[in-house]
Design a protein around this ligand. Structure first.
Ligand SMILES: [Fe+2]
Ligand SMILES: [Fe+2]
Length: 319
């Protein structure tokens, strides 16, 4: 299904307060454009200048009341086990973006400054949510992160661990295009394009359908619109590398093979049901999100990867 121009305009133009009344499913659709319509880096930067929002405009008073009165232990625990992956994920994608700056096209460097600022703001958004709504305390960003660490699911470790390794490799060898492709596959295709957007859909559908957590809904929907720019910029970069040398597709496939192998191994279990989702539906969402990102760059999966994708266990984190 393609979006009507009306719905695209609403997502494109609305301010922070308006995003609180925008359907998250429209914002998720807004991420996906065909390869030929991937915006240029400077167009994305211009969009950032218009869409940038102030995290301190959000008032979490109603969210705090909803958290105490309208949610129960099951829904609070499910919510925390999902949101904590984001709390830590946003911080990591902020802190680990810098090595990409050195070896990318000049126009992408300009846009990447805005991407980095977005991730810092998303980190502050979660810091405020955990302080103002969940009630964690601490002197700085890391204190509050330490407080939510207990809710982190073991599946966080796989993709974010791989990103940490690739960040370190790229820091030492920032012009290596194989490394750039592996990094972009892990960061922009998988963590932002699949994990983040899936988790946004689950928690924001819950907030929308149960009419709870309005400031969380507003800020996280704005975060989702920011992710549309990050993913589109990342897909433009991936496409550009593939145009230079189509054999780089091997780096995409190899990286996805690693991610899907980690995703298939899990001993713990996360309860989605209190938020209205079955595990099968979450898995189908992951597959759909990955196929949509790959369609944006014109890449298909070999049969072994399709098979692995159908076995992946959902990871609850994002950036
Ligand atoms: Fe992002
Ligand atoms: Fe983010």
């Amino acid at each position: 299904m393609t979006m009507t121009d009306d719905r695209i305009d609403t997502v494109e133009m609305t301010d922070l307060a308006g995003l609180g009344h925008t359907d998250i499913d429209d914002v998720l659709d807004y991420v996906h454009v065909p390869t030929a319509k991937l915006p240029g880096y400077l167009d994305l930067y211009d969009r950032y200048l218009r869409q940038r929002w102030n995290v301190n405009d959000l008032d979490f008073t109603q969210d705090r009341a909803d958290w105490a009165d309208k949610m129960n232990d099951d829904s609070r625990n499910s919510f925390l086990s999902i949101a904590s992956g984001f709390h830590h994920g946003e911080r990591q994608v902020e802190a680990e973006l810098a090595p990409l700056f050195f070896g990318i096209p000049e126009d992408y460097k300009v846009f990447l400054t805005s991407h980095l600022e977005d991730e810092a703001r998303h980190t502050v958004f979660f810091d405020r949510f955990y302080r103002d709504v969940v009630g964690l305390e601490g002197d700085g960003i890391m204190d509050v992160l330490d407080g939510s660490w207990g809710y982190i699911q073991e599946t966080f470790v796989g993709p974010f661990g791989l990103l940490a390794y690739l960040t370190d490799d790229l820091r030492r060898d920032p012009y290596n295009k194989h490394l750039q492709m592996k990094y972009a596959t892990t960061y922009m295709i998988w963590i932002e394009g699949v994990l983040a957007l899936s988790v946004m859909k689950i928690t924001l559908n819950y907030a929308r359908d149960f009419k709870v957590l309005p400031a969380y809904y507003t800020g996280f929907t704005a975060t989702c619109r920011d992710e549309a720019r990050h993913v589109q910029g990342g897909m433009r970069f991936v496409r550009q590398l593939l145009d230079e040398d189509p054999s780089y597709v091997t780096d995409i496939h190899d990286t996805l093979r690693t991610l899907l192998t980690m995703g298939a191994a899990r001993s713990g279990y996360v309860y989605y049901e209190p938020l209205g989702w079955s595990e099968e539906r979450v898995q189908a969402l992951f597959m759909d999100q990955l196929h949509k990102k790959l369609a944006m760059v014109g890449v298909s999966l070999p049969a072994d990867l399709e098979e692995m994708l159908s076995m992946v266990r959902p990871t609850l984190a994002g950036g």
